[in-house]
Design a protein around this ligand. Structure first.
Ligand SMILES: [Zn+2]
Length: 320
């Protein structure tokens, strides 16, 4: 039973009567718990946008406090499935669709979502949205469908967890809303540069600082990182004067900072990057943050979910 954004499975919750959990050692306990939860979207979902727990055996349990008693949801029926997404996947998708609000107008649009982008399909394509070539999307491209085995009964398809992990895709088990910390530039990092050699005679470091700053936006990020690693003067600039440039590069990525709802609902938000200057100073260590968002498995997964969500949004906005 797969998320209609990332196509990864859910894990059976405690109340499941016929659970088929992944083999031991595939997920840690935090990952297992994360994959238990879903957000259902659409007109057939009680509440239009509701939290669910996965029960396996083609069923989800509506976990909304306002749901009617034992509100079970059959996932696959009549040749299609319900639109279920992992919690973070649903947030990123709703952001891409510009449908993040919980007001009646936004919910009315979400109720009509399937009329525009189509109902997720059933059978061998269970959970996948029509009109979307998943295997060609996301960075990097991963053909998740090939790890699903369709069974005789609807909605009880099986994911080949171990094969997926063994093929090097373990990084995709990381939830895509675990962000690197954004902190002030540490004294240790400043000290690590050492004292710049003086005087210099090369063509770059002898330029006035404002001239160098004008040139920076013309560099790709790899070129920027390479240039600012070449000597102590430029390393010092990158750690101090150029932090707003690193911040600009982070924000340009889109996926690399929390959404408003992710920022506001997080107990550790004081260590999270924010697009708002009053929440995250432009002089914080954005350079280190820029490095980390390109290195951690969670951010790699986030970038992939972001790309998939943008593709779904393109279909939605084209046909709306
Ligand atoms: Zn997902």
């Amino acid at each position: 039973m797969s998320c209609s954004v990332c196509l990864l499975p859910f894990t059976p919750a405690f109340l499941s009567l016929r659970p088929r959990p992944p083999p031991q050692g595939i997920l840690d306990s935090q990952q297992y718990m994360y994959f238990q939860h879903a957000i259902g979207l659409g007109a057939r979902i009680e509440g239009i946008v509701s939290p669910f727990e996965y029960l396996d055996d083609n069923e989800f349990l509506n976990a909304s406090p306002s749901a009617s008693k034992a509100a079970l949801c059959v996932w696959e029926s009549d040749g299609g499935t319900e639109f279920m997404c992992h919690t973070a996947c649903a947030k990123i998708l709703r952001h891409a669709l510009c449908l993040e609000g919980d007001d009646p107008e936004t919910h009315a649009e979400i109720a009509g979502l399937e009329k525009i982008i189509g109902r997720p399909m059933g059978g061998t394509k269970a959970g996948k949205l029509p009109n979307l070539r998943y295997q060609d999307l996301g960075i990097p491209k991963v053909d998740v469908t090939s790890y699903w085995i369709t069974e005789d009964r609807p909605g009880v398809n099986t994911f080949r967890w171990k094969a997926f992990k063994d093929d090097g895709f373990e990084w995709m088990f990381n939830r895509p809303d675990i962000f690197p910390k954004l902190e002030d530039v540490s004294e240790k990092r400043k000290r690590s540069i050492g004292e710049p050699m003086q005087p210099t005679s090369d063509i770059i470091t002898t330029q006035p600082l404002d001239i160098i700053q004008i040139l920076l936006p013309y560099l790709s990020t790899p070129a920027y990182m390479a240039l600012t690693s070449t000597c102590r003067i430029l390393r010092k600039y990158a750690l101090c004067e150029f932090q707003p440039e690193a911040r600009r590069r982070v924000l340009e990525l889109g996926w690399a900072v929390p959404l408003r709802s992710e920022y506001e609902n997080n107990a550790d938000s004081q260590f999270m990057a924010s697009v708002r200057v009053e929440e995250s100073s432009v002089d914080s260590d954005w350079l280190l943050y820029l490095c980390h968002v390109h290195k951690t498995a969670a951010m790699r997964m986030r970038r992939r979910v972001w790309e998939l969500s943008q593709a779904i949004a393109r279909v939605y906005h084209t046909w709306k």
